[in-house]
Design a protein around this ligand. Structure first.
Ligand SMILES: [Zn+2]
Length: 132
């Protein structure tokens, strides 16, 4: 077991486990836990506190407080353009069109209103924009 690895506090310790910022951190030791020491156990490993000195060896842990941080990673660069599929309800024409933006639009998104290239009516059914 990797030293420093974090495990949830097992549910019997509801006072602690209901607080999402507490974890049991592996110390790297594997031995019999002493009374009140935390250890890691279970098919889905969680942290338990020894009610007395135990005679079975476990991975030892300690109670720590954590802070969750969201990490944003760029997974793709050079995004070129977006397009949507449109379906014209009046004339049943199906077409794909690049998403265009305009300063002169009533759409909150800033997206230019799409008109059907066949009948020139406003398009009423459109798919979510997808990268192309
Ligand atoms: Zn149409």
């Amino acid at each position: 077991m990797r030293k420093g690895k974090l495990f949830p506090v097992a549910s019997p310790y509801s006072v602690i486990s209901h607080r999402p910022d507490y974890r049991i951190q592996a110390t790297g030791e594997f031995r019999c836990p002493n009374k009140e020491e935390w250890f890691i156990s279970g098919a889905i490993p969680e942290g338990y506190q020894a009610p007395n000195d135990l005679s079975t060896p476990y991975y030892i842990g300690k109670l720590v407080k954590v802070k969750t941080t969201v990490v944003e990673t760029v997974i793709e660069e050079n995004i070129k353009k977006w397009e949507r599929e449109h379906f014209c309800l009046p004339c049943k024409y199906h077409f794909t069109k690049e998403v265009e933006f305009s300063e002169f639009t009533q759409n909150l998104s800033g997206e230019k209103t799409t008109f059907c290239p066949k009948c020139n009516k406003r398009v009423t059914m459109s798919s979510p924009a997808k990268e192309v």
